[in-house]
Design a protein around this ligand. Sequence first.
Ligand SMILES: N[C@@H](CCC(=O)N[C@@H](CS)C(=O)NCC(=O)O)C(=O)O
Length: 202
Amino acid sequence: MITLYGIGWSRANYVLFTLEELGLEFKHIKLHPFEDEKNSPEYLNLNPMGQLPTLVDGDLVLTESMAINFYLARKYGDGKLWPDQLEDEAQVYKWTFFAITELEKPCVDIVIQKNFVDEKDRNFDLIKRSEKSLIKPLGVLDSALAGKDYLAANQFSIVDINVASVLSYALSAEFDFSPYQNLQRYLNNILSRPARKRAEAA
Ligand SMILES: N[C@@H](CCC(=O)N[C@@H](CS)C(=O)NCC(=O)O)C(=O)O
């Protein structure tokens, strides 16, 4: 039995997308990142960082959203979300690490400031710095997607879930992707998948 901890709008959304894409049954415990329950001794026992998400699958307790997605894709994908060739697998690692090292922090900072902080307390400098820091990596990603629908092996895979999910934070804060036409097309395509829609409703 699979259990996922983490409310849908937290980074648990990356994992929900994967679980839905694979059609897996799971129990969803909607822990909230800003509430105390995530610091209960029971939860800290699973995730000593007191963060979301955490996945429990039988005896395995796994934290770190991207590691969880890699695990699910390899264990349950049956060839579906994980490319066969080593060279394509390398692209899965490359763009996933790119997403969490170059894109995720500014995207999360923007969404927190714009969607969770009252306008009078909003850190506009942080928003500006975050938007600026996205210009170069988004340009690189946009170029990599020229003439392509997916980031690895010309097929939908876990890396598309990972990258599009990270960028969905910026989209939800109405970040302007119009200078990045390839990326905009890509995000529309990946984030309109039925599994993503079901994940958003979870
Ligand atoms: N690197 C971790 C980050 C997890 C994380 O920061 N989660 C946020 C919610 S999106 C959280 O739990 N924040 C509450 C806290 O850090 O106390 C992952 O990808 O799983």
